[in-house]
Design a protein around this ligand. Structure first.
Ligand code: BGC
Length: 384
């Protein structure tokens, strides 16, 4: 190769290399620009996330107690329903303590709850604190139990409490054949708590069915206790129902014979009654009264299997919590929540628009279909 040819070769090579160099620089720019965009997008996306999170709505939930599975299931199902919809849940439990619930409510109002769901410990004790929620425009939903004497309740979601009482009464009516004239049955009544609005409603509608049979003597009440003031069980506590049943068995029945039926307004009440009966030596299913209940609590479910309890009025907490979450969705989306009762629940200040779910009677006969087939309980939960 001559020197001239060699020089030409080097120049051509140089031009090619420069082109390549340019191409490399250019593509690097393009690459950086693109990846830069990616980074930007990434950052921007995270910022949106953060913004989403900071405006994530907070649902304050106040539950009354954890001593019966009914309320823990309510709590769990509410959490599930709200979290599924992307809300943040702040759930507090007051263990049946009125003051504690008032404090929890105050805290939620002052600390950014966007909506508050309350199952009141004492229906009459929240009006003052709720006035603050109203001034802050925080909607309040009374859950299962109506909150009395306040216009700060936006909605009430519950079960049809009148139906609960009616179903209890009809169960006794049908089991004894009262409408066919059968009679002379000894029964005792155990009503719900004096500070729970539901308790009186259930009791009144139960007596609407049974009062005629009491009046005409088909039903006797050996204790003579029929007025709500006499039969009420404070805070629905099993210790209280246990004590009262023990007294009645001892002082009225001489510890010898059980009544024909003990009409209990809830499963917590019936569990106290059942242990009193056992303490007096009675054993289910023979020589054992009809015992009723309400809720479909796991203890009651087990007692239905063993024959210690005849029935319960099941209030499916999955249905109630889903309805409550739907109401909240509607409120946030500017829709009017679905209600099916706009006249029954007068809380002394306003008639609270309500959605009432339907309770279901559960006995041994439909136990599997209602509790097991729907997955509410697994067989091992109820001792099967
Ligand atoms: C509920 C009942 C429950 C009772 C005791 C009432 O307010 O409506 O379902 O049995 O509280 O917990």
């Amino acid at each position: 190769m001559t020197q001239a040819v060699y020089l030409k070769f080097v120049m051509v090579l140089g031009v090619v290399c420069m082109k390549k160099f340019f191409l490399i620089i250019l593509s690097s720019f393009i690459f950086l620009a693109l990846t830069g965009c990616g980074v930007y997008e990434e950052v921007n996306h995270n910022a949106n996330d953060v913004r989403e999170k900071t405006k994530q709505r907070i649902i304050g939930i106040l539950m009354p107690k954890r001593d019966s599975l009914r309320w823990t299931k309510d709590g769990d199902n509410l959490r599930y329903e709200f979290e599924k919809r992307g809300y943040k849940v702040d759930m507090q439990n007051s263990e049946n303590d009125t003051q504690r619930q008032q404090d929890q409510l105050k805290y939620m109002i002052e600390n950014g709850a966007d909506i508050i769901i309350v199952a009141a410990v004492d229906s009459e004790a929240l009006a003052e604190v709720l006035a603050e929620a109203k001034t802050k425009n925080i909607p309040v939903i009374a859950y299962d139990r109506l909150i009395m004497n306040t216009d700060a309740v936006s909605y009430y979601v519950s079960f049809d409490n009148k139906a609960v009482g009616r179903l209890l009464g009809e169960y006794i009516e049908n089991t004894f054949g009262l409408n066919n004239g059968a009679g002379n049955f000894n029964v005792e009544f155990f009503a719900g708590s004096v500070d729970d609005n539901n308790a009186r409603i259930v009791n009144d509608s139960l007596l609407e069915v049974l009062q005629p049979y009491i009046d005409n003597g088909q039903l006797n009440i050996p204790s003579g206790q029929i007025d709500f003031d006499q039969t009420t069980i404070y805070r629905w506590r099993n210790e209280e129902s246990n004590k009262r049943m023990g007294n009645i068995l001892e002082n009225v029945y001489g510890g010898q014979t059980p009544p024909d039926a003990v009409i209990c307004a809830s499963d917590s009440i019936s569990s106290g009654v059942i242990s009193a009966l056992e303490a007096y030596g009675f054993r289910a299913p023979d020589y054992w009264p009809i015992v009723t209940g309400q809720d479909g609590d796991v203890v009651a479910a087990r007692n239905i299997i063993t024959g210690k309890q005849s029935m319960t009025i099941f209030k499916d907490t999955r249905v109630l919590s889903a309805k409550c979450a739907e109401m909240v969705d509607d409120l946030f989306n500017g829709n009017i929540p679905d209600i099916n009762d706009n006249m029954t629940y007068d809380n002394g200040e306003i008639i609270v628009p309500s959605y009432l779910c339907q309770p279901v009677v559960v006995t041994k006969d439909n136990f599997k279909e209602v509790f097991l087939d729907t997955g509410y309980y697994a067989p091992e939960d109820v001792g099967l």
